[in-house]
Structure formats: structure tokens, C-alpha cells
Design a protein around this ligand. Structure first.
Ligand code: GLN
Ligand code: ZN
Length: 771
């Protein structure tokens, strides 16, 4: 039985890619140095996979920034504004990803959004009506050849033409991006032909859109695309990879495509196996079925007994020659290597023994293949019994199950989810209590996490700083930032989040039921990586988590200080979660812990409390039919966290990265008094949704993009605010950046905020508020 891997993590064990990219962007490393680091990571990855015994090892799954952006460069979908940069592929590439602002050039970055329901962000392709494509970047074939030159025959991976179009966006009206297929296909075919010519035996084409709701045109596009490809390349062997959901009503479509192997995700959607095995046209074909049985989205050890049953069932119907074993999706979404975790204090051995990271998952795939083969199974029996022991221990461990936590969730009542009064009444009360100016200015929470700040934390961890000394230094930073905000003239201050490594990890460390890793990094966007904490058991808050810092910050100023928390859905979404209970159950447990914290902040005199929920949309199921069920518990988990305070306490929430248009009524149902929201990269188009829906509460549409170092002018922010005023009542409008400032430097932050405050002042003068 053969094994394949769909894609591997590419940041490097120690985030080598991040470090090299950032050094290059800062002018501290040369292009050659960056490319050298990248090549080393690729080589190492191929060797790891080869040593693990994977049969089909991917290439072109590596990217310097993002795979969708790579595809845009491959097919020459380069927006007009970057034309002048075409002579240097790498500068062009990073300009598209990050924008450029230097030596009189000022070009904005392309939009970024989440890859399906993951926390990985891709660069959204931009299409115009007479979009032209041409074979531009030779990355796919270059990386294939690179592997070949070291003796590894890889399987090139590319995003399929239909999914590529569908993850993109029309930048003007009057056409549908799927209609561009005819123009796009010849370029895809050129790329595929070149890979064929270079000697690729198999090519993996990712078509994750096959698990989405498809229009008739989109279904036809799939057929057209693969028929055309097949006509030109009758010899080439193709895999179509699907993941993150079941094929559902696209099952017949997927099966009808003229390719040689179909990969399905059996972790997210185990039930689809029977459907495919029952499908006579699949059975009667000689197509291979690749079983995604090892979870590519989580860190738990595979349950071998379970997987072997699945494999056995499939083998009985199709025969072992037509079955491959694989992870459910690319291993991009899991950390590199569990063997790097050596700290018993944060990750006890008992719990570590329940886990597997990317490298371990490769071995799981290979072991499963051996166990499924009668000629090798015997040799692997000890692997199986060890696995069964670990799985069995996890099921009954007293570390996991806390009756008092489960009970608190069980007895929740409707009133626990509701504020005392409706928004209109609260707004009156808050206006009187807070006495804010019109168009109040604020920021989203974090200030630059400079190297010095991160070093403080590193020194604390190493024991070079006592907890006391560390706390004192953080206090100094907070006080400095309070003075700085007062000098700038911001209305609602924040304490700056200097004490936090990450908005989720910080809370994870304070809550019980969590463990942590030292090196469990996962790419979030570009060079940005996150280290999701791991929820293994029932979650509880042993003591207050943030009150000390918020109270301290408030004590240093007469202005209003906003408390800063991460919401239950985001904590859930950005952690690796339990696979032994429902997500909603875990979300309510976290919701209760945050509720306790909100109430403690209120008691400590904090009058505004922000509960960030940037991840609420990314938790949406991919299929619309499953949305309502999710939104109901997600919104309720947030309400549970927020509803324990008095009317005069103003609850804020913050959202970013996603398109929120389609869930706007549920965002309203969260009933936060104020929402700050990212809009600037998509030119405030989101606002029209808020207008159409008549979003009832206060709102701060981000007036500038913090993901790029460029400093926005006062004028452009005024324009955005004026646009916002066309659709949002003046009394409800706040002025703020579109996200936290932790990734920025102090200089650009100060310049940008100065301009923002000028813009707010201008608007205050020019607009009358009738309340
Ligand atoms: N309060 C957080 C911050 O400012 C919010 C971050 C986010 O939305 N991703 O960093
Ligand atoms: Zn944000």
C-alpha cells in the first residue's frame, strides 16, 4: 500500500524562514542568503519525508510567503500597479504580498484572507474583466528539478485552476471570475506540460473548492478544466486533492473528473468513505482513493485501531492497489516536530504521549500502511500496541475530566447570556458615564512588541530575570505607553499588551486544561507564525489573568483605560482543541472563564472592556447548511463572556482578516456595545453590509491597515471616515486602526496615529452630530 504526503510545513524547525525573510526585508540579509535558507529548508523537508518512508513526496509546497500568491505569479496574474516591478521577480513578489513604500514609490499590498476555515492567510488573487494570464514564474518546475537534482523524484503540487479562480476576487464589476477559466487554462496547461516534460510521474492538483457549495457554472468549470487538461496530457498521472470537508453533493462531480487519484479528508468527514465506496462509477473505474486518515489540522496521535478499520473497509472494496494512505490535508497546519519538545514543565510526558506533529504524522502514515499489509504487519505490531495504550490512557485520564467545570456549563440559564438592558438604553447610560468626545479615538490593544520586550520574556523564561523584576519592567513600559498615548491625544487608552506573548497563548497559560510547546509554531501569514496552545482538558480560570495590568494602567491616567481580553471563540479557534468533546462544550467552558475575568475587571474600575473575537468567522463551517448551528453556539459563547456586567460598562469587540458581510446579523447578535473591525484593505466595502443591515451598535471601521509599514496620510483617513459616515450614524462612529499594532515599529505607529488623530479632529469640526 502506498503513502503520500500532500504538503509539508515550511517554516523550519526553528522558524528559519521567518528569520531569514525578516532579515531580508530589513536590509540585513541579501537575496542570496534568503534563497539559500529557503533551499535548505526544502532539502531538509524532502529528506525527512524520504527517511520517514513516504512514497509520494510533494514539491512546490514550499513558499516564501504564500502558495496562492505563488500561483498568481505562476500564471502571471499580476495587478497593474506592480507592473513597474516586473524585472525582479522577488521584489515583485514581496511587493504584492506586503506593499512598498520607499524612494517615492507607494504601492498598496494585495488583500489577505483566511484559507478556508484555517488560521492560515493567503494573498487574494485580483481579477479584472479583461484579465490576461501568462506563464510567468517557473517556481513549480524549478522546485521539482531542485529535488530531482538531489535524487528525489517528487510529486509537484499546485492549486487547481477552478479553486484558484474561486479563492480570488473580482476587482471590478461586470464579470464573474469563473468566466476567466478559458483564458487561464492554456497557462495551466503550459505549466503542467512543463512538469510532465521534466519527468513528474504524479502531479497533485489541490481543488479544495470541491468541498464547498458550488453553482452550476462552477461545476461545469470543473468538468471543462479537467477534460481540457486530460486531452492535452493523456499520459500524465493526476491526483485531485480535497480536504477540510466532505464532497457532499459534489461527490459525483469529483468522481467524474478524468484523473487518476482522488484524495479525501476522512478526519473531518469520515462518513464520506461509505458514499464513495458505494459509488459504482468509482468502484468500476481504476482510480486510486487516497485516504486522509491522519489529522493534518490537529496535534493528537492517530487512533490506529480506528484508522486500520477504515483502511480495511476501503481495501475490501477496492483492493490494496487502489488505496493510498495520507494525512487529511497538507501538514502546513501542524507544528514541525514533537521531538523538539523537551520541557516537562509545560508539556508533561503523559500528555506529550498523546500527541503527534508533522514529522510524527509522516511516520503514522507509513506505519498504518505497513500495518495494513499482511506481509509487513507483524513487524509493526509493537507500534500498534503502544498506540493503543496511549489512546486508552487518554480516554480515562483524570487530568482531563473535571466534574465541577462540566457542571457549571450544564446549569447555564438564558439570563446568563443577556445584558440587563437593550443597547439603546445602555448607550444612553454609557454616554453619560464615559463622557467621550464625538468620533472617539482608540487603538485595538497591542503596541509594538519590540525586540527588547520579547527579550524580557526570554530572560524571564531562562531565569535571568525574576518574576518581580520582569513585572517591574513591564510596568515601566505600560506607564511609558500611557504617557505617550496621552501626549498623542488618544481618547480611550490601552495598556499595550506588553506582558503578552500572543493574544491566545497568554490566556492559555493562565487557564487550566492547557499545555504548551516550545517550538510548536504554525504559519499564520507570511513570516508571521503562531504557537497555538493545546487544550487537552476541561478549562478553568484559577485566578484573575489581566486585572493587575489593566488596573495598573488605569491608575496612571485620568483618561479611560480599555481592558483587553480574547474572546472564547477566538481562544478556541486559535488553540489546538480536544477531539474528544464538541467544540461548543469547550467554548462554553472558556466563555465562563472570560466572564469571570470581565466581572473582575469591572470590579477593579475598568469601564470599557474589549473582548477580541477576530476568529469568529473563520470558525464557520465551509458549508452554508452547517452555519446556523455553529453561529448559535459561537455567538452565545461570546454573550456568556460579556453579559455579566452592568449597563454602564462598555463592552467592545474586535474583528479582523475576514469578510464579515455574510454573518453580519450574527455579529449584531453578539450585542457588543462597540465593534472595531478591519476594513481598510478592502476599501471599506464591508461597510456597505453594515449599512444595508443597519448595524445597530457603535462601530469603529479601521481607518488604516496595520499589516503594512506604510504610513497613511491624514487625508486618506478622512476620505475613509467620510465614506463611513455615509452609512453609519455619526454618533456611532469610532476612529481606530484596523488591528493591533504589535507587529509595527514605534516610529511608524506614532506617525500613523498622529495622522489618525488629525483625521478625527477634522471630522469633528466638519460634521454635526444629531443624536
Ligand atoms: N487586541 C489584540 C491586539 O491588539 C487584537 C489582535 C487581533 O485582532 N488579531 O493585538
Ligand atoms: Zn485584529
Amino acid at each position: 500500500m502506498r503513502t503520500q504526503n500532500l504538503g509539508y510545513t515550511r517554516i523550519g524547525n526553528k522558524r528559519e524562514l521567518k528569520k531569514a525573510s525578516e532579515a531580508f526585508w530589513a536590509g540585513k540579509a541579501t537575496q542570496t542568503e534568503l534563497l539559500e535558507t529557503a533551499a535548505q529548508i526544502r532539502l531538509k523537508n524532502w529528506q525527512i519525508q524520504k527517511n520517514a518512508g513516504i512514497d509520494l513526496i510533494p514539491s512546490n509546497d514550499f513558499s516564501l510567503y504564500d502558495l496562492v500568491l505563488d500561483m498568481s505569479l505562476t500564471v502571471g496574474a499580476i495587478p497593474e500597479r506592480y507592473q513597474a516591478l516586473q524585472n525582479n521577480e522577488l521584489s515583485l513578489y514581496f511587493a504584492m504580498a506586503r506593499g512598498v513604500q520607499k524612494e517615492g514609490i507607494d504601492i498598496s499590498a494585495m488583500e489577505m484572507t483566511k484559507w478556508f476555515d484555517t488560521n492560515y492567510h493567503y494573498i487574494v488573487p485580483e481579477f479584472i474583466k479583461d484579465q490576461q494570464f501568462s506563464y510567468f514564474s517557473k517556481k513549480a518546475v524549478n522546485q521539482f528539478n531542485e529535488a530531482k537534482s538531489v535524487g528525489i523524484l517528487t510529486k509537484p503540487v499546485i492549486i487547481g485552476p477552478v479553486s484558484y479562480l474561486l479563492v480570488g476576487k473580482e476587482k471590478e464589476s461586470g464579470f464573474n471570475r469563473i468566466d476567466l477559466l478559458e483564458r487561464l487554462l492554456p497557462v495551466y496547461i503550459e505549466v503542467l506540460k512543463e512538469l510532465f516534460g521534466a519527468g513528474a510521474e504524479w502531479i497533485q492538483i489541490d481543488e479544495p473548492y470541491l468541498v464547498m457549495d458550488l453553482s452550476v457554472d462552477e461545476q461545469i468549470a470543473f468538468q471543462k478544466a479537467y477534460q481540457s487538461i486530460r486531452e492535452v496530457l493523456p499520459q500524465q498521472k493526476f491526483i485531485i486533492a480535497t480536504y477540510f470537508e466532505d464532497l457532499g453533493e459534489n461527490t459525483n462531480l469529483a468522481i467524474s473528473l478524468p484523473v487518476d487519484c482522488l484524495h479525501i479528508d476522512l478526519v473531518r468527514a469520515p462518513h464520506q468513505l461509505d458514499i464513495i465506496l458505494d459509488n459504482s462509477s468509482f468502484k468500476n473505474s481504476n482510480k486510486i482513493l487516497s485516504l486522509g486518515v491522519v489529522d493534518g489540522r490537529n496535534i493528537w496521535k492517530n487512533d490506529f485501531t480506528n484508522s486500520l478499520n477504515t483502511i480495511l473497509k476501503a481495501t475490501k472494496v477496492l483492493g490494496s492497489n487502489r488505496i493510498w494512505i495520507a494525512p487529511s490535508c497538507s501538514l502546513l497546519h501542524t507544528p514541525c516536530d514533537l521531538d523538539l519538545e523537551k520541557d516537562e514543565a509545560t508539556l508533561p510526558a503523559e500528555i506529550k504521549n498523546w500527541m503527534a506533529f508533522a514529522k510524527q504524522k509522516l511516520s503514522e502514515v507509513v506505519t498504518l500502511a505497513h500495518l495494513s499489509d499482511s506481509t509487513t504487519a507483524k513487524k509493526y505490531f509493537t507500534h500498534l500496541s503502544k498506540n493503543q495504550v496511549a489512546i486508552g490512557q487518554r480516554k480515562v485520564s483524570a487530568k482531563i475530566h473535571k466534574p465541577q467545570v462540566k457542571e457549571r456549563v450544564k446549569v447555564l440559564q438564558e439570563s446568563d447570556f443577556n445584558r440587563d438592558n437593550a443597547f439603546e438604553i445602555r448607550q444612553e447610560t454609557q454616554t453619560k458615564a464615559l463622557k467621550l468626545p464625538a468620533f472617539p479615538t482608540t487603538t485595538i490593544g497591542s503596541f509594538p512588541q519590540t525586540t527588547e520586550i520579547r527579550q524580557l520574556r526570554a530572560r524571564l523564561k531562562k531565569g535571568e530575570l525574576t518574576e518581580e523584576a520582569y513585572n517591574q519592567l513591564i510596568e515601566i513600559e505600560i506607564e511609558k505607553s500611557v504617557r505617550w498615548q496621552e501626549d498623542l491625544g488618544i481618547d480611550v487608552l490601552v495598556h499595550g499588551e506588553f506582558e503578552r506573548n500572543d493574544m491566545v497563548e497568554y490566556f492559555g497559560e493562565k487557564l487550566s486544561g492547557y499545555v504548551f510547546t516550545q517550538n510548536g509554531w504554525v504559519q499564520s501569514y507570511g513570516s508571521r507564525c503562531v504557537k497555538p496552545p493545546i487544550i487537552y482538558g476541561d478549562v478553568e480560570r484559577p485566578e484573575a489573568m489581566t486585572v493587575r495590568w489593566s488596573a495598573l494602567a488605569q491608575s496612571k491616567t485620568n483618561k479611560l483605560m480599555k481592558g483587553m481580553l480574547t474572546g472564547p471563540v477566538t481562544i478556541l479557534q486559535w488553540s489546538f482543541v480536544r477531539d474528544d468533546q464538541s467544540r461548543s462544550e469547550t467554548a462554553f467552558q472558556i466563555g465562563l472563564a472570560i466572564r469571570d475575568e470581565v466581572q473582575d475587571l469591572e470590579k477593579a474600575g475598568i469601564k470599557l472592556i474589549q473582548i477580541d473575537e477576530p476568529a469568529i468567522r473563520e470558525g464557520l463551517p465551509l458549508r452554508k447548511s452547517k452555519w446556523n448551528e455553529y453561529l448559535q453556539w459561537a455567538v452565545n459563547a461570546f454573550r456568556l463572556s460579556a453579559a455579566g456586567v452592568a449597563d454602564e460598562t462598555q463592552i467592545h469587540t474586535h474583528m479582523c482578516y475576514s469578510e464579515f458581510n455574510d454573518i453580519i446579523e450574527h455579529i449584531a447578535a453578539m450585542d457588543a456595545d462597540v465593534i472595531t473591525i478591519e476594513t481598510s484593505r478592502s476599501q471599506m466595502e464591508l461597510l456597505s453590509a453594515f449599512a444595508d443591515f443597519k448595524y445597530p451598535n457603535e462601530i469603529g471601521p479601521g481607518v488604516y491597515d496595520i499589516h503594512s509599514p506604510r504610513i497613511p496620510s491624514t487625508q486618506e483617513m478622512i476620505v475613509l471616515l467620510e465614506k463611513a459616515l455615509e452609512v453609519i450614524p455619526a454618533r456611532n462612529l469610532w476612529v481606530n486602526p484596523d488591528c493591533g499594532l504589535k507587529t509595527r515599529g514605534w516610529h511608524e505607529t506614532e506617525e500613523a496615529l498622529k495622522n489618525m488623530i488629525e483625521a478625527a479632529k477634522f471630522i469633528r469640526k466638519s460634521v454635526q452630530i444629531n443624536s
